[in-house]
Design a protein. Structure first.
Lengths: 357, 437
């Protein structure tokens, strides 16, 4: 470090135009339509008549210099030296010459990078940091994603789903992975284990008490030291106390399970945006390949693929066929835990005689 | 592709250098090794490459050791701390190992500090290969070499460096145009879709909105002092590819208020190609407000007064249908995930606003300032703006930021009669006055 500290230049968000494909700049705001000549390729036509073909490539999200140079070499040699990333860590590489599309696809696939993730495909799973870097993780999102994408890569490379499938994984119930058609999230099943020797020094106790969504935490003196105690009958095992108070360990190798939620949708297309809903829980957190998760996900996907209409997202499909039919078709158990009891839950109950027999 | 033998093993996602340049021997990683097979590119192989020959390869040797330990015990071992760069209070995610041996020394000492630097991506996530290589070179010099494109808030995450190297890395990339993102109770890094750069459905200049909003609040980003996080996300149309309604405090979504455009010749071609049944089942009947009708001559009628701009038909019939010309944005406030009151979506606070002139954009920024100021003054600690609205009611919030009520803000009118309405005449008068313009 230099002896004179350097003041930062508060430059904020970089201007995308300096790194943008020239055809994007030329036709900015003046595109006419698009189509998809094959899975993994978008074809956009501008009002000027200009055309760009964009190849979408799946990545492992975390890239090192080897991968960056490997991918950049391909982009420089077979495309025009520009790339953008989608929200799901796919790369998008555009060319203005249709003849360059197939060699570009071949170059990516020859290098082990799958082309796909467009249209009605299962695209890359958006995910969180997990054991690699998070301070409160219940699992390793990167590993779950790798295991799943290995099994589902044909669905990434084709467009055979009724509509697009966005999946997410999250390593705790904060759900940083976001809403998904299918979401795989950690679900704790036991209250935190408290190290009372550390609480007074590590935790700001009033803010931990305030953080609990069900008011189950109260200050207490334990073994002569100021600490916190949890009313275990009230505790919903959400883990919200753990980030502000690490001595309240919520993660447990046995009792931190995985749960699967379905039907989340961010788009306003057809129905309004939807949050995902619980369908399966109690799934063991079973590294390195989490086979129990994969099995349930594949079951849900194949049922959706067989039963949904064109353009129905998973959430649209379940709204049409109803939840009883969803559980019947997937053969997943329906339990008392599927009936919500949080604030506003009565709105999720069936206040009608609308029943499919 | 899949499991086939690579044509050129030296240029492949499965490549591992023959020679290991790092001095520290690799730990056994039998569980992680199982994530090296399979057709999807393996992050484990990537970590191993860095452990073989990265500039800080020994750090990655130990990182792999700690990660394998997590796989075995099913527990995480990182704790936070306080690391930042000179002049800023946030933007770094400090990580210190908690895995100690019996003597209290780190079991994996080379990666005992493994901080992430959050850096704001360009609006629209555009990069040149030159710039990607430059960023990668800088990070390989001062950090592990591992970069995530991108984190869930939208940051480029430069994963894994020491406290000392954090400042050096930031100084280097800041000198060529890159700035830290947000971490902690502050305005966070924003996101915007590809939008007008390559999408005909774009109804806004997403990049301009993104940069204008975030860059106006850099002090609130770099020196965290808000009640909790505040996120901006910008989507160019109601497909909301940035998930802004669910995942941002202030969602800016492009839309239009005149008629959508129909090219009847293209409609006829689409019907000829796909058949009437497909068009009726997959387009007409899927319109949420029954605003579409297929005519006997295979042209399309649109009831634009009842179109809610959901995008479905435009998504399906990309050549025949397109957004209107009178474009602007809808603003929704208060989206967030579970903590603490449960999920809330953003809800409409401005049904439509034009963004044509510089004055229009100034109004947007001024409104964002009003929102953040009112929230900062009135929120409880660790309360997102959606939770403040839940606690005090939308009407109080609107009065606090100086916005009038609008029926587009609700999906249903009040059903509870438990409300005091002795100023009804006055409120009805305000509505009439506004209607009279």
């Amino acid at each position: 470090m230099s002896e004179q500290p350097r003041f930062p230049t508060e430059s904020g968000v970089p201007d995308g135009f300096q790194y943008m494909h020239p055809a994007y700049i030329k036709n900015f705001g003046n595109w006419a339509y698009h189509d998809r000549p094959r899975p993994g390729v978008l074809h956009h036509v501008a009002k000027s008549g200009d055309e760009v073909w964009t190849v979408r490539v799946g990545t492992q999200r975390q890239l090192g210099p080897y991968e960056i140079n490997l991918l950049c070499d391909i982009i420089d040699q077979y495309a025009d030296g520009y790339v953008r990333f989608t929200i799901r860590s796919n790369m998008e590489v555009s060319v203005t010459d249709e003849a360059k599309v197939q060699p570009l696809i071949d170059a990516f696939e020859d290098a082990g990078y799958p082309v796909g993730g467009t249209g009605n495909s299962l695209t890359m799973i958006s995910h969180t940091q997990g054991w690699l870097h998070c301070d409160i993780p219940g699992t390793d999102a990167s590993g779950v994603v790798k295991a799943l994408m290995d099994e589902l890569h044909n669905e990434f490379r084709s467009e055979d789903m009724p509509n697009r499938v966005h999946m997410t994984t999250s390593c705790c119930q904060i759900n940083c992975g976001g809403q998904g058609d299918i979401a795989i999230n950690v679900q704790h099943t036991k209250p935190p284990k408290i190290n009372h020797d550390l609480v007074a020094n590590v935790c700001e106790r009033p803010s931990v008490v305030a953080r609990c969504p069900v008011a189950a935490i109260r200050p207490a003196i334990v073994n002569g030291k100021p600490s916190l105690e949890v009313d275990e009958k009230k505790c919903i095992c959400c883990g919200a106390c753990f980030p502000p108070c690490p001595p309240m360990q919520i993660n447990d190798p046995e009792h931190s399970k995985l749960a699967i939620w379905v039907g989340g949708k961010h788009s306003n297309a057809r129905s309004k945006p939807m949050f995902h809903k619980l369908v399966a829980a109690g799934i063991p957190n079973n590294p390195p390949r989490w086979p129990e998760v994969t099995e349930i996900v594949k079951n849900i996907l194949s049922t959706y693929k067989a039963d949904a209409k064109n353009w129905e997202r998973i959430g649209d499909w379940i709204e049409r066929i109803g939840w009883p039919r969803f559980f019947e078709l997937t053969e997943l158990p329906f339990t008392k835990f599927h009936i919500d009891n949080w604030t506003g839950a009565r709105k999720s109950l069936n206040a009608s005689t609308h029943i499919r027999f | 592709m899949a499991e086939q033998t690579p044509k050129n093993p030296e240029k492949h996602s499965t490549y591992l250098p023959r020679e290991k340049k790092s001095s520290k021997p690799l730990h056994d990683t039998p569980m992680l090794d199982q994530l090296e097979s399979g057709p999807w590119p393996s992050f484990v192989t990537g970590l191993k490459r860095l452990a073989y020959e990265g500039k800080h390869a020994n750090m990655m040797v130990d990182l792999l050791g700690q990660l394998e330990h997590s796989y075995k015990t099913r527990l995480g071992y990182w704790k936070g701390g306080t690391v930042s760069v000179f002049g800023y209070g946030g933007g770094i995610i400090p990580r210190f190992t908690e895995l100690m041996d019996d003597d209290g020394k780190p079991m994996f000492p080379e990666s005992k500090e493994f901080h992430t630097v959050r850096v704001q991506p360009p609006a629209g996530n555009h990069y040149s290969t030159d710039m990607l290589r430059q960023l990668s070179n800088s990070w390989n010099k001062y950090g592990s070499g591992l970069i995530a494109f991108h984190g869930q808030t939208g940051n480029i995450m430069f994963i894994g460096t020491t406290t000392d190297n954090t400042q050096s890395f930031f100084d280097e990339i800041n000198s060529y145009g890159w700035d830290l993102g947000g971490a902690g109770p502050c305005v966070r890094t924003g996101m915007s879709c590809v939008g007008a750069a390559r999408c005909e459905q774009s109804c806004a200049n997403e990049q301009k909105i993104h940069r204008l909003l975030v860059n106006n609040f850099l002090d609130d980003m770099h020196r965290p002092a808000l009640p909790y996080k505040f996120k901006f996300k910008v989507s160019g149309c109601p497909n909301d590819c940035m998930n802004s309604i669910q995942r941002s405090d202030l969602a800016v979504i492009g839309t239009w208020r005149d008629d959508m455009k129909v090219d009847q010749e293209e409609v006829k071609k689409f019907v000829a190609d796909k058949g009437r049944k497909y068009v009726i089942d997959s387009v007409i009947n899927m319109c949420p407000t029954s605003a579409l009708s297929l005519n006997d001559d295979d042209t399309l009628d649109v009831d634009n007064r009842n179109c809610v701009r959901c995008m479905h038909c435009i998504n399906v019939m990309t050549r025949a249908l397109s957004t209107g010309d009178d474009k602007g944005v809808t603003l929704l406030l208060g989206g967030k995930r579970t903590l603490k009151i449960g999920d809330t979506m953003g809800t409409v606070i401005v049904p439509f606003m034009k963004l044509d002139t510089e004055e229009d954009y100034e109004k947007l920024v001024e409104l964002a300032e009003e929102i953040i100021d009112f929230w900062a003054e009135n929120a409880l600690e660790h309360e997102r703006v959606g939770e403040t609205i839940d606690r005090i009611g939308l009407v109080n919030f609107l009065e606090g930021i100086g916005l009038d009520v609008d029926p587009n803000m609700i999906s249903a009118a009040r059903q509870s009669s438990y409300v005091r309405m002795d100023t009804w005449d006055e409120e009805a008068g305000k509505w009439k006055a506004r209607q009279a313009g």
